[in-house]
Each structure stands twice: as structure tokens, then as C-alpha cells.
Design a protein around this ligand. Sequence first.
Ligand code: V47
Length: 369
Amino acid sequence: MALTFDTITNNLNDTKLKLIIKKIFDNQRLSFHEGLYLYLHAGLPLLGTLAHFIKGKRHGKKVSFIKNIHLEVTNRCINKCAFCSFRSQSEHDVYELSVEDIFNIVDHHASRGINEIHIVGGIDPEKGLDFWMPVIQKMKVLYPAIHIKAFTAAELDFIFKKSDVSIDDGLRLLKKSGLDSIPGGGAEIFVETIRQKLFPDKISSQRWLEIHQKAHLADIPSNATMLYGHIETIQDRVTHMEVLRDLQDSTKGFNAFIPLKFKNKGNALKNVNESPLYEDLKVFAMARIFLDNIPHIKAYWPMLGKENAMMTTNFGADDIDGTINNTTQIYARAGAADSKPQMNPSEMKCLIESYRGIAIERDALYKKI
Ligand code: V47
């Protein structure tokens, strides 16, 4: 049975909620206050129905994935973020890949046909453009078909300052070396009081947004994340999404929005309870409803776990990221279910199809392969 405004609002007495739902059916954008009202007053079934309806219009039953790896070059980091379980605590638990290690890893996976390399790591005081430009350049020369998605805005800020270049010049140099896009990390939550409390060393919201804006203007697309489920409020989540929606209106450079569920193992926030699944599903549903100008909502399965990531595809998500090939430790260290996350493409297809989705293998820019 087709979903209509009447069927969905039949037993609803809340007039304000009805007006908001009407706007959704009429393809109209929700204001901040309407988004917040919807988030606070609609239950999970209603939010899920609306989000799934919008996702269906945009993507049908398609759920995409990519063959990719992560390259986490070092856990040395000068920032001390309370939510982080990855950063080395002392010289004894530091690891650092050499340039040779980096190319051994990439070579191993390139021969198995990956389409994307996602490079991130701690804010390493030793590495500026003089280290990274030749590495990216060589990677591009050796593997021209592989998309290089590298460096969170927090890393870029440090690399550019260390190398004494402006954001524009730094981005231009990295793009010329072979950088194709920028991942969404470091956004956390765009509320300065929370940033000061939990990760005071990290770049401000404004700086994160400036770097992504300049990247988009330089034709470097990016993603955006939101770290949720720690001390932020529902209002903070809607604020975060509104800030991204505003920037996207002007640049159109964000490919995907990725809600990242806070995991509490092995970090300074271990006493903060993790959000329950129904709250996770609400976050994904609200992202799909509110972010009307960001095409993809990604459920990053190494963080959520396979089954929960798949569940979000009924609540607005249309992408579950990649095969990963056991190349990330950030989330396992924070308590994610898979300590060695990896799936081969047939496993990814089977998983998606077991949730009645149509599995689509994609490239790094979300084109079907
Ligand atoms: O910014 C760190 C998060 C992010 C924890 O762009 C944590 O395709 C939860 O941005 N609990 C980095 N989250 C990872 C990231 C990412 C991941 C996958 C795909 C893409 C993409 C980007 O990881 C950090 C932070 O928000 N994070 N520790 C934790 N304990």
C-alpha cells in the first residue's frame, strides 16, 4: 500500500506535527524549529516511516558499498580528545607506519582491486606537507585508478600550519599531488562549549567548516560526520545538521553525512552510557529527513556493527561504506563489535540482500561500478 499523508496522520492529534509531515510530503524543507519539534515529538516508527519514504524516493531499495581500505598511519597525536581510544598514551604504545610500510600495505590491497584508500591518523607533530606530498604523489603514480580520500580537517589544519601555507595553497598542493577527496572526521559536534569541554585542543567548528568550504571551492569533495551520544543534546544535533545544510546550500561539495555513534571503551568518557539502538535509528532517520541536500547517509558498519548498520537502511541510510579488509583499529579500540572489521564484496551483497536491499557496488564518488 502506498504511503500517503492521510494514512500516516490518520490517528495523529498533534496539529503541529501534522503540518510538519505535510511539508515533508510536499518536498518542503524543515526549519530548525520544525526539525527539532519533529525529533522531540515523533516516535521512532513515525520518524522511520518518513525517512524510509524519502530514501525510497531518492535511492529506491539501493544500498551501496565500496571496496576500500583505511590507512591509519600513526596513533601519535598531540590532541587529547576525551572520546578517543586510539591515541597513544605513552611512548610505549606508539605505532607509526614508515613510508615503506605504507606502500607495502597499499600494494597488497591494490592487487586485490580496491577503489579507495581512506587515510587518517593522529595529529602527528612530525608530519607536514614535505612528508605527505611525495607519499600521495607516489601513490597516485603507482595506483592512478585508486581514489585517495585523506586527512580530516583537523589533520589538514595542522599540516598546513606546520608547513606555513594557507588553507587554499595547502589544498591546491595536495590536490596537485593526487588527493581526490576529504573524509568527514573531526567535525564531532558543532557546539563550542562541548568542544571546549571534551576536545579543547581540536580545531573549532568554524575552522572545520572553513576547510571544507575551501576544499569544495577547489573542487575537492568531502564528507561530514557527527559524533553523537556523549553529552550533546537533541538540539545540538539539529544545530550540527543545520550548519552543514547551510554550507551545502552554497558549495554542494558534501557527498555523504555519517552519524558516528560514540563508543565508550578505553577512553576518558567510559562512564557515559552508549546510546540505545532506537536512539541510533532516530539519528539516522532525522539525518535523512533534515539534510535534504546531502545525497548519501552513510552507516559506517565497523562502528555500528553489521546488523545495526543494516537496520539503519530502513531508517534513511543508503550506504554502508566498505570492505575495509581489517585495516582500521580506531573503532575496535573504542569497543565496536568487530575487532577485525572486514567483509568481502559477496558478503556485503548477501548482507544487503538479506535486508531486502539492492546491493550496489560503487566508486568513491558514489557512481555504480
Ligand atoms: O572524528 C573517534 C570518531 C572520527 C570515537 O568520511 C569515535 O567516509 C565514536 O571520520 N566513538 C574519525 N566515534 C572517523 C571518520 C570516518 C569514518 C568512516 C568514514 C568516514 C568518511 C569518516 O571517528 C572522529 C571521531 O568523530 N571517533 N573515537 C569513539 N570512541
